[in-house]
Structure formats: C-alpha cells, structure tokens
Design a protein around this ligand. Sequence first.
Ligand code: SAH
Length: 462
Amino acid sequence: MRTFPASIPLEGKTVIVSGFGLMAEPKVRLFKASPCRLKWFIGDATDPVPSDIAQYAEVIRREPTRKDFRGATLVFIAGGETDAIERQADAARKAGSQVNIVDSPAASDFQTPAIVDRDGIVISIASGGAAPVLSVDLRAAIEQLIPARVGVIADLARELRSTVKTVFERFDDRRAYWERALRGKARDLALAGDKSGARREMLRQLNAPAPERAGIVHLVGAGPGNPELLTLKAARLLREADVIVHDRLVSEEVLDLARRDAARIDVGKKQGHHPVPQERIEDILIREARKGQRVVRLKGGDPFVFGRGGEELETVRAAGIDVEVTPGISAAVACAASAGIPLTHRDHAQSVTFASGVVKQDGPDADYRMLAAPNTTGVFYMGVGASARIETKLLLAGRDPSTPIAIVENGTHANERRLTGTLGELSALVQREAVSGPSIIFVGETAAFANRAAVPALEYSA
Ligand code: SAH
C-alpha cells in the first residue's frame, strides 16, 4: 500500500483553502456538507465569489497569515507565486496543519483522493497522485454501485452505536448484532426510504435473542489464480466467510477479496516437507463449523477435479455439518483458454480426458489406452515430475511420438509460460526448460493449436 487513506474527523475542525479560481473552488466545494469550519482566503481577487460557496464558507479577502493557520487541521494552497506558496505552506506546517499544495503531490503532506460521499459513508479512491483520471473514473463506477440511501443506514447505526455497546459487551456479539441489523430487513426498509421503520426494526433486533447460528462449510473453487476468473458466487462467499482454509495454489490476489478480519488458515504451508495432512484439514473444517462459523474451504481450480474435495465433502457431511460446493475454473480449462488450445475439435478430438500424473501409492493408474487414442486430447495434472512416465506409458499404449504436446506453466498468472513440442521429447523438454511451477500437459492434435491462435496471455498485475 503506497498511500494510506486515513479518515480525519471534521466535527469542530477548521479547514482552510487559500487561492482563487479553478484550482481553489473544487477544494472548497469538497467541504460543502461538512461540519467543519471552512475558511476560504481569496487574497486580492476581485472577481465575485460563487454564490453557492458563499453560503457555507467564510470568505476572507486576503492571504492567510501564520495566526490564521493556528488550529487548522487541513490546509489547501491552490495556486499563486512559488514564494507565496512556500511561505504559506511553511507557516501552516509550523502551526501544526497538514498541507496540500494543489497539483503538487510531491510537495504535499497529503493528497486529495477522489471521493464518493453518501452522508455518513465516505469512500476515497487514491492513486498516490499517479493517475487522477483513473481515480475519477473509478469513482463514477462506484457511485453507480452504492445505493443512494446508504447514508440513512449509517445515520441509524451512529444513533444506536452506544446503546448497542451497552447491550452487547462482547465484540463478537456486537458484530453479530450489526450483521443481523445491517444485512437484514432494517437495511431493506432504509433503502426503501422508511427510516423510522428501519429504526424500529433495528431496536427490535436489539431485544430479540440472537438466533443460534449453525456453522456451514463451503467447498469453493478459487480458479487458476487470476482473480478475474473467480465466480461471482465464490467472491461473495469469500466476502462473507468467518474462516478461510486455503492451500498453496490459491493466490494472494484471490485471498485479498476476503474480509480483512476473517481468520485465514493456510493448510498448504510446508511444515518440514509436508503440508497439513488431509485428516487434519478435515478436523479443522469440522471444528470451525461446530463453533457456528461460516467456513470457506478454498481450493485451487475446481474442488472436485484432483482436489480431494470429494473426501472433504464426505467427512464433513458425516459429522452432521452442512456442506455446499461451489465450482471453480479448473486449471485444464483455464490453461487451454489461455494458450488457445481447444480441448475438443470436430476434426481432431472427439473426447478429452483429464488425468493425474501422480497416483496413490499402489493405487490404480489412469487408463492409458484411452489417453493414447488418436482422436482424444489428453490433459495431465501434476504431470511435471511424472513426465518421463507419462511419455513412456503413452508411447507403449501406441500413441505416435510425433503427436503434438503443449505445456502451460503457471497458467493465468503474470508469469505464465507455454512450451510446445512432440510427445517423443516431452520429458526432455520439461528438463531442458526446467519446468517447475504448477503445469498442465496437453497431448494430442489439438495441442498444436497452442500459440498458433494469437490468444494473449491473461495477464493481471499483482
Ligand atoms: N483442483 C485443481 C487441481 C489441483 S491438483 C484444479 O481444478 O485446477 C494440482 C495441479 O493442478 C498442479 O500440479 C497443476 O498440474 C495444476 N494446476 C493448478 N493451478 C495451475 C495453474 N495456474 N497453471 C497450470 N497448472 C495448474
């Protein structure tokens, strides 16, 4: 975070704007509906002051002096000779004010964000002075998303804050109350314009016993890593989760979508050389859900494609806990899209088979006769370490060594890599290119499409 959007309470505070004209006016207008004391020093300007501003700002026809800055919280210096700007900034800083020199982010103590103001709710968008136009466009997008009456809800919440604090001594109980009050019927009433109805409902909730909350486990597919490829439902469940249990494949960018105060349990972290064992993970899911928590078990790709989601579903359900599954975009599908490899094609592949390069010790292997069929696309997960075995087994099962192959490493991440070749050189290619990140190996005629179609890598900036 390059800039920190702190909120400064303005009740009873003084804000000064110094300057006149197009640089100064927007700053003055920012404080139109603010409870601060707003002073606008217009120097020796003789043009008339806009009449709307005259109604809420005290207009003073001279430059501010050191005495004027005393007790001012924020000072905006909008234009003027360099000498005058420096003199004023210096005086304001000596008086203990935070100074913004309009259009000079580097010389300012703080920058002015783009602001969405809905009475009690203020959203600030900051680009650290780098791209004000981008901030303004984002503001427009957010303005459309936020219900116009959200300020009414904030007003009511402010009214009830101290009462709620008295009724519920524990932080968790207070949070549970606010969740019930602000996400339920009271919110609907407020947004429909019925403020007194909303207040009544919030008061009623205050006295109603808290409903027993049953815990739930959501097995959620996080997709291949790029947060844009998360489903809307997965994003919502992440926002609502109390506890998130995730593994190594889930990217930070996806985890950033969760509530800041949700507990995060990383079960993919290597302890010694082993990640948390499967039974332990299932114990954690059950334990957290029994506490009444909304648990999201976030798994790379899709939970039911080589993710042991089936085992987790079974165990958690057997413990008598509700489980729901939300699908995700599996790595094979994401990598195919990214590299331009059609998984099926009327001329080249009438079927597609997902196989795992790694199998349970002494367990059965994938059906290589099927994978070696001439008109199928074979897709291998966890295949990098097993590439020599995959190559040999496919050749033994009759697949031609000249069959096209493609490898997509770190699919949909900024460092995605695509390699192509033939089946006969699969393991040599893996070795030569030192493939080591999560990768999908495609085998079949369709793999020849990789890179041929000019599909750009799905890039995102972390
Ligand atoms: N449930 C996951 C798969 C888990 S198995 C899914 O549906 O995608 C782990 C394997 O998935 C890795 O070894 C690798 O083969 C593949 N994988 C996961 N993320 C990947 C990515 N971003 N790019 C390429 N392969 C990936």
